[in-house]
Design a protein around this ligand. Structure first.
Ligand code: BT5
Length: 238
């Protein structure tokens, strides 16, 4: 993998599972941006992990925060993309849930569309972005040693690189049809939710998630909404 000079390699980490080209650097702007910038020169399943991001990104130009060396900050490049590109993010999210169990023995869950929760608090966020040739970069920030107020972290003996190794291994162990597992891990299903959309909010019950990842919400006027974007808040039962 070719990298500019400012991407200095981080200290050597764990053994990586076969089939992934993992590169670690001490600091960069955003691992997602790096892979998007260089996707044409990188093989399928290239992974970039850093100890520190100076411009970590969430969705909609939000920031992703983490002090240096504390958390997992990594992106995975997929140049071979399934007909539903969104499946890649769902797979990485499921692999993250499994990695948390392997590394810490904790049961994490998913919040639609892109969060991993521990005890209902955000443990990780995922950001999927498409390159001009259709390649997909899925970034994950997972709180290992530090979390902002109101969020969750793994704590204990877990190390960011170890969580990544477990995530990549778990990714390869996922079944070809992930839908039953995804439904099972999706804490949003069955919950009362408020979904914030660009033009307003919907309050209702998340009744289903479709095979293409769309969330089906039945609102308080019994209108069904099929959503592909939105920010979800889990509400208490009415
Ligand atoms: C996300 O966005 O949750 C996607 C985060 C993806 C971050 C990874 S890190 C590696 C890769 N490279 C990048 O540049 N990005 C990816 P969103 O749903 O928009 O949530 C962002 C919001 O989460 C922020 O506005 C904060 O309120 C909150 N937040 C920021 N840092 C957090 C943290 N460490 N833990 C929990 N919440 C955080």
């Amino acid at each position: 993998m070719q990298h500019p000079d400012h991407l200095q390699p981080a200290e050597s980490g764990p053994e990586w599972p076969p089939g992934w080209s993992v590169r670690e650097v001490v600091e960069t702007g955003s691992t997602n941006s790096d892979l998007l910038d260089r996707h044409l020169y990188l093989p399928d399943r290239s992974v970039l992990r850093t100890d520190h991001q100076t411009a970590g990104r969430g969705r909609l130009d939000r920031r992703w925060e983490a002090p240096p060396g504390s958390n997992l900050l990594a992106s995975l490049l997929f140049r071979v993309v399934p007909s539903d590109p969104g499946e890649l993010m769902r797979r990485v999210a499921l692999a993250a849930v499994e990695a948390v169990r392997v590394v810490s023995g904790l049961e994490a869950a998913l919040k639609w569309p892109n969060d991993v929760l521990l005890d209902d608090h955000k443990l990780a966020g995922l950001l999927a972005q498409r390159a001009d040739d259709g390649s997909v970069v899925v970034g994950i920030g997972l709180n290992v040693g530090w979390a902002p107020e109101g969020a969750a972290r793994l704590g204990g003996q877990a190390q960011p690189a170890g969580v990544l190794a477990a995530l990549l291994e778990s990714y390869d162990a996922l079944p070809s049809d992930i839908q039953p597992l995804y439904r099972d891990r999706l804490a949003t299903l069955g919950k009362r939710v408020r979904v914030e959309l660009p033009l307003g909010a919907i309050v209702g019950t998340a009744v289903e998630v479709e095979g293409d990842g769309r969330l089906v919400v039945l609102d308080e006027c019994a209108v069904t909404h099929r959503l592909s974007i939105g920010d979800v808040v889990h509400l208490r039962p009415a």
